[in-house]
Design a protein around this ligand. Structure first.
Ligand code: SF4
Ligand code: SF4
Length: 161
């Protein structure tokens, strides 16, 4: 059976969403976006997951899709690398827009403080893994690879329900 299409009506749009975002530090210039897509073209996350698209997220904010944006895991994917900001011809600063969206998601209880804590731990963990892989790439010391495997397995064990 075909999946039922989600239909949006004007009543679903929250026109105060964009104003609230624009009032946050870094969100001031969101209305400058002319949807050129340069940000998405250079984003390392879009490269691995085409569902993550800065241009589309900006359109959703401008259209007032508060619930859809703030409850989505997509807003937690950003690496905060500022590539999109560096390339944006309109200097929109999507990186800080993303920070502001995360702030609004926590403030509006779309994401729990527990989720936030787990994401912070995950960021620390991936930094450790990256460090270890770079070190292994240079030294080729077998014990580093073993330690790496151990850390990944321990982490996967912790994730089990
Ligand atoms: S690069 Fe800038 S102007 Fe172009 S879509 Fe992205 S945010 Fe909008
Ligand atoms: S800051 Fe985020 S959205 Fe911008 S290019 Fe980096 S990962 Fe992509």
């Amino acid at each position: 059976m075909a999946e039922e299409e989600q239909v949006l009506t004007v009543g679903d749009l929250d026109l105060s969403f964009c104003d609230e975002l624009a009032a946050q530090p870094g969100g001031e210039h969101i209305r400058r976006c002319f949807a050129c897509g340069t940000c998405a073209a250079g984003c390392p996350i879009t490269e691995v997951d085409p569902n993550y698209n800065p241009r589309k997220i900006i359109r959703q904010v401008l259209f007032g899709l508060r619930q859809e944006v703030l409850s989505s895991p997509l807003i937690w994917y950003c690496l905060v690398c500022y590539r999109c900001y560096a390339r944006c011809p309109q200097k929109v600063n999507f990186t800080d827009v993303m920070r502001a969206l995360r702030y609004l998601a926590v403030k509006g209880r779309y994401a729990s403080s527990d989720t936030l804590k787990r994401l912070e731990e995950l960021d620390r963990f991936t930094q450790v893994l990256r460090h270890d892989l770079v070190e292994y790439g240079f030294t080729k010391r077998a014990e580093l690879l073993e330690a790496f495997r151990g850390k990944v397995e321990e982490r996967l064990g912790n994730l089990k329900p």
